[in-house]
Design a protein around this ligand. Sequence first.
Ligand SMILES: Nc1ncnc2c1ncn2[C@@H]1O[C@H](COP(=O)(O)OP(=O)(O)OP(=O)(O)O)[C@@H](O)[C@H]1O
Ligand SMILES: [Mg+2]
Length: 241
Amino acid sequence: MSESRLIELKKISKVYSIETLETHALQNINLQINKGEFVSISGASGCGKSTLLSIIGLLDVASSGEYFLAGHDASSLDRDERARLRNKEIGFIFQSFNLISDLTVYENIELPLTYRTDLTDKEIKEIVLQSLETVDMISRKEHFPSQLSGGQQQRVAVARAIGGNPSMILADEPCGNLDSKNAESVMCLLEKLHAKGATICMVTHDPQSAKRADRSIELFDGQVVSDETTTERGSTETALT
Ligand SMILES: Nc1ncnc2c1ncn2[C@@H]1O[C@H](COP(=O)(O)OP(=O)(O)OP(=O)(O)O)[C@@H](O)[C@H]1O
Ligand SMILES: [Mg+2]
């Protein structure tokens, strides 16, 4: 496997079964994502974007196929190993922010770090303050989520996602609930993180946001139907295999 390969999906399928209804959310997905790539994922509602992100982020498991994350075979990991890898290597940003309402901004960012056995209290404090600095929210650290605007809440969610210095950021419609100004500020943050070397997978329905990634993947009915790399000149080349 290539040294720079972070994600490798081989014939990944996901079937949800509820009573007699079977939904084939993902069908035979083959996908490789290298370290440092900024990938956008788009497609109609229900085509499997969030399902794909949950599998990549070890929040869910595929029904069949193989998934290697940084060379680890995801199916060989037990629950604790998956949780540890997820907490250390992956930062999540959701459309609905998902902050904990009775924790302050500071505590929301601190919480996932407290599960890290490799960090001291002092290091955790430094990371929280540094992350808040990055998203320009230090002045609101004692506020509760309900006391913040949507854009500010999403910036806190970005701070939480980047706190543990994950190798990968998974963002599911991170600008979906934001007006254009706040969406722009979150997109700029993602671009900055990418420039610093983070690998980013971003689900978006907005073609303008998708173009800012350096690779655009489109799903249709649980399958990859287009995979294009945006070159520096802004043109695209197809990378479907
Ligand atoms: N937990 C679940 N149980 C049963 N079916 C599910 C579950 N999660 C998703 N599905 C189904 O799987 C399919 C893919 O869902 P998914 O959430 O991945 O779509 P999506 O592309 O993210 O859509 P959207 O743009 O609306 O967020 C849908 O048909 C959905 O109804
Ligand atoms: Mg979704």
